[in-house]
Design a protein. Structure first.
Length: 76
């Protein structure tokens, strides 16, 4: 799973690309929950949530939890 871009400020728009994202139940930025919209089975749109810190982006889907392939850097 990858994020585009792989860094951003709080509130910045982020696309999450992967496979089998349909049915996603949560998106977190280093443990901080984010609001999100599943666009398709391969794309989720979200924003960097308030309180997010640099770390892994995780998406929970029915089959388990997906983690970003690189660390997402939260810019100041």
């Amino acid at each position: 799973m990858e994020t585009l871009p792989n860094s951003g400020k709080l509130g910045a728009a982020v696309k999450i690309l992967g496979t089998d994202l349909t049915g996603a139940t949560s998106v977190t930025f280093n443990g901080t929950a984010a609001k999100f919209t599943v666009v398709s089975k391969s794309e989720i749109k979200t924003t960097v949530p308030t309180g997010a810190t640099t770390g892994t982006v995780e998406v929970t889907i029915p089959k388990g939890t997906l983690k970003s392939n690189v660390v997402f850097r939260v810019a100041k």
